[in-house]
Design a protein around this ligand. Structure first.
Ligand code: AMP
Ligand code: ZN
Length: 112
């Protein structure tokens, strides 16, 4: 599978792992947009939210809950942002679904 994040999950490409369980993998974004910038991905390849279907609902919920748990662990009590870019207009550049967990600084709204 020619997918960057599948290769990171498989350990073929190095990454700074933050968390792993049987179905979720989390690692530091290589180009951080905030003091904390973690990517959370399902281990099973899923191109993006646009490709997700009803059976993926529990997994999508688990990814968000894990992001909240990591945010608690990292003491982001002042707030954080979860971003899921979908498609070219949103700037999705890796087509393996990933949540961005961003925190450690105030966030502007609306996002750019
Ligand atoms: P997106 O633009 O939402 O598809 O996000 C893709 C993210 O993956 C970007 O924030 C990149 O900085 C990040 N990224 C790309 N390559 C790597 C890598 N090898 N290790 C960690 N993060 C990466
Ligand atoms: Zn993949």
């Amino acid at each position: 599978m020619d997918c960057l994040f599948c290769r990171i999950i498989a350990g073929e490409i190095p990454a700074s792992k933050v968390y792993e369980d049987d179905r979720i993998f989390a690692f530091l974004d290589i180009q951080p947009g905030a003091p904390t910038h973690i990517l959370l991905v399902p281990k099973r390849h899923l191109a993006g939210l646009a490709e997700a279907t009803a059976p993926d609902a529990e997994l999508l919920g688990a990814l968000q809950l894990k992001a909240a748990e990591l945010a608690r662990t990292l003491h982001l009590e002042d707030g954080y942002r979860i971003v899921l870019n979908v498609g070219p207009d949103a700037g999705q550049s890796v087509f393996h679904l990933h949540l961005h967990l961003l925190g450690g600084r105030p966030m502007a709204w609306p996002p750019g």
